[in-house]
Design a protein around this ligand. Sequence first.
Ligand code: GLY
Length: 318
Amino acid sequence: QGWTTSFWPGTQWIAFELTGDVQFRDAALGHARDFARRVQDEEDLETHDLGFLYTLASVAPWRLLSDQASRAAALRAADALMRRFLEPAGIVQAWGDLSDPAQRGRTIIDSLMNMPLLTWAFEQTGEERYADAVRRHTTQLREHILREDDSTFHTFYWDAETGEPLRGGTEQGAFDQSCWARGQAWGIYGFALNHKATGDPQLLEASRRSAEYFLAHLPSDRVPFWDLVYTDGSDAPRDSSAGAIAVCGLLELAALETDPALADRWRAEARGILTSLIANYAPETPEASDALILHSVYDLPKDNGIDEGTLWGDYFYL
Ligand code: GLY
């Protein structure tokens, strides 16, 4: 799947940082070379997921090893992502060719996690256009994808010609007005990261609101069903990956929190989810599965990847 291919080298970089074992570094550098080739050849660039892809595969080796080829690849990817920034809507289009009428003017909550590539490009180059895109895109998501009751739409459309906000909907959630669990987890983490990047206090508040809703809709073992409309007693599948992402998001939020009592609460909630992932979702022995955590859902409406381990679930869990 296109958006997932950097979670493997991302996991190898974490393993290298944790252990110092150069086999992890060398394996991840092999991927970095291929990502550099891909962006040079303009391969698989028609997606906002360039943020996930090149932050993990290329920014990481630049940060850890000052690898110049990876820095150049990541800057090239940031420019490809900027080509998806639509005026006058002020959003980065999520999926597909920019001329595809089904995708035109559409973005998704996950896109918050792709903005750090643009923030990094701004830090590297000082070019304001990257930071401006981050500010405008995240403001649009805060205003339209985050709903009044603090839940989130998975996807939202703008009129690409006038910039007018049109309507929310879903692609991977249960129904348009439901709250897809992984989307809400992307909201906690993504609004927090973009608050850190922009200093905008409204993005801190958006992360808090996403967290409150997520936590209030967890079942008793603290790991969400794949959509937050399901509660204790349902036989719907869980999405452990949403739990792992939420743990990372809550810890990021706690680190940025201006209210110490809230910071303590976010940390305690993160610990509660992580404790349950370790106790109830990790394989009983390392030999039992290639995955670090079991029971995730990729895309239930399309019957794709139900009750499986996932690369991204493992990455955020690690
Ligand atoms: N970003 C794609 C997903 O969460 O399924």
